[in-house]
Design a protein around this ligand. Structure first.
Ligand code: ARG
Length: 458
């Protein structure tokens, strides 16, 4: 068998070496990007008179035929196709004869693979960004409809203070906004074309890298050919950005999993995204969310994978780098699917407002409000905190709410007669509206946030 590179070889590649080095199974999904890049490369070769017009046209029509075959799933990959570039070139020569061999003039697989990967990212990252925006809009709509619903906010998974459900939901909108910014920023560096760097030092042909870059919507071209073929920073940072996104989704999955447990009962997850148990007929398990949480570990593993791959590699291209794709593709695919799926789950999840408000009665979550009231009356906060701690101790001993403590007990512990009325009249809505500080949970602040998000997202 002749490979692209086998001119100087007299022995066949060992079957084991072949199995070990071929990457076609993974880089297959770059097929359309490889063809798109090749068409523009051929146009450039033709424009620069590196190949003749008739050769260029022949090559381009062959590539368009290949594109059709890929799109209609009739492209046949062969056992000796080493990678996607080899497969496309092999088919091109089958279709148009030896002229097909001119396509690779002034190009190397080293600059070509970076180009393909960048085209892949130029498509999937905007898809992920779009999916995040849909997620955010879904959350904002939910938040707007949840303004009357309150629940305990947690710290250490212990009831902390009452909060509007809307405020809780908008926290995820803020988190994912940062993800969008990070991804957009990573895209600016991804959007630099490496084509024209060739194997690593450029080429003796009069190429026009700017032309190729412009045709495929890149913002600019490389400045150093060695860097262009060696650089995988754009993959390192993309995988990191998506890793942070997945950590966010995983935390959200965890919130929903807990909230769906009958022990908490804040939400009822949609049946379409739950599965049952083979033995326990009553079960409605949050498996899809558990898998979002679970696959986050694959993404975190991929961050470690790609970093260890690149660490210590000498310049410029080394075959190790071929392995970058398994980390990149898996990360992008998990991230895209997870964000789309979690949005659907949010859309269809039923909340249980009465269960949420009932649980506000657990754990004395109005205690901080009382301490702050006493502090406003001039008692040093540390002392006020201690006094309310004593009130909680008393109430807990008696198994009653703070508002049911005797007037005399409150007065004795706090030394403040106004505290009695404040405690008696304190309800959760009032507690929430006391948090009118910037970015707090008062209805006024949350409405401001809602307005701000609607402006940003529309
Ligand atoms: N399949 C290779 C990769 O994905 C393409 C570059 C191969 N270059 C080489 N000199 N063997 O990285």
């Amino acid at each position: 068998m002749n490979y692209l590179w086998s001119g100087r070889f007299s022995k066949q590649l060992h079957d084991l070496a072949k199995r070990f080095t071929f990457s076609i199974e993974i880089d297959k999904r770059l097929a359309l990007f490889d063809v798109a890049g090749s068409i523009v490369h051929a146009m450039m070769l033709m424009k620069q008179k590196i190949i003749s017009e008739s050769e260029g046209k022949k090559i381009i029509s062959g590539l368009k035929q290949i594109r059709k075959e890929i799109k209609s799933d009739t492209f046949v990959f062969k056992a000796d196709d080493e990678d996607i570039h080899t497969a496309v070139e092999r088919r091109l020569v089958e279709l148009i004869g030896p002229t097909g061999g001119k396509l690779h003039t002034a190009r190397s697989r080293n600059d070509q693979i970076v180009f393909d990967e960048k085209l892949y990212l130029k498509q999937i990252l905007p898809d992920i960004l779009g999916a995040i925006t849909i997620f955010q809009k879904t959350m904002v709509t939910k938040a707007e409809r949840s303004l009357g619903i309150f629940l305990p906010a947690f710290t250490h998974l212990q009831p902390a203070q009452p909060v509007l459900l809307s405020h809780y939901l908008l926290a995820y909108v803020s988190m994912l906004e940062r993800d969008k910014k990070r991804i957009k920023d990573a895209l600016t560096r991804t959007n630099i074309s490496p084509l024209g760097a060739c194997a690593c030092v450029g080429t003796s042909f009069p190429v026009d890298p700017e032309y190729v870059a412009k045709k495929l919507g890149f913002d600019g071209v490389f400045n150093n050919s060695i860097d262009a073929v060696s650089d995988r920073d754009f993959i390192l940072e993309t995988v990191c950005c998506l890793g942070i996104l997945m950590v966010h989704l995983s935390r959200m999955a965890e919130d929903l999993i807990l909230w769906h447990s009958p022990l908490i009962g804040f939400v009822d997850l949609p049946e379409e995204f739950c599965t049952g148990s083979s033995i326990m007929p009553q079960k409605k398990n949050p498996d899809v969310l558990e898998l979002i949480r679970g696959r986050t570990s694959a993404v975190i593993g991929n961050i470690t994978g790609i970093f260890s791959l690149m660490k210590g590699l000498p310049l410029s291209y080394n075959r190790d780098i071929q392995e970058d794709k398994r980390f990149l593709f898996e990360t992008c695919e998990i991230s895209y699917l997870s964000i789309v799926i979690i949005t659907k789950i949010i859309e269809k999840t039923e909340v249980n407002p009465s269960r949420m408000s009932q649980t506000c009665r657990l754990g004395y979550i109005e205690a901080t409000d009382i301490a702050e009231f006493l502090a406003r009356k001039g008692i040093p906060f540390r002392q006020a905190h201690h006094m309310v701690g004593k009130l909680v101790e008393e109430a807990e001993k008696k198994g009653i709410l703070l508002k049911d403590l005797k007037e005399s007990t409150i007065k004795k512990i706090t030394g403040c007669s106004d505290a009695v009325d404040f405690i008696r009249q304190l309800d959760f809505e009032k507690s929430i509206n006391l948090k009118a500080s910037h970015g707090g949970t008062s209805i006024g602040e949350v409405k401001k946030e809602l307005k701000r998000w609607k402006n940003i997202l529309n």
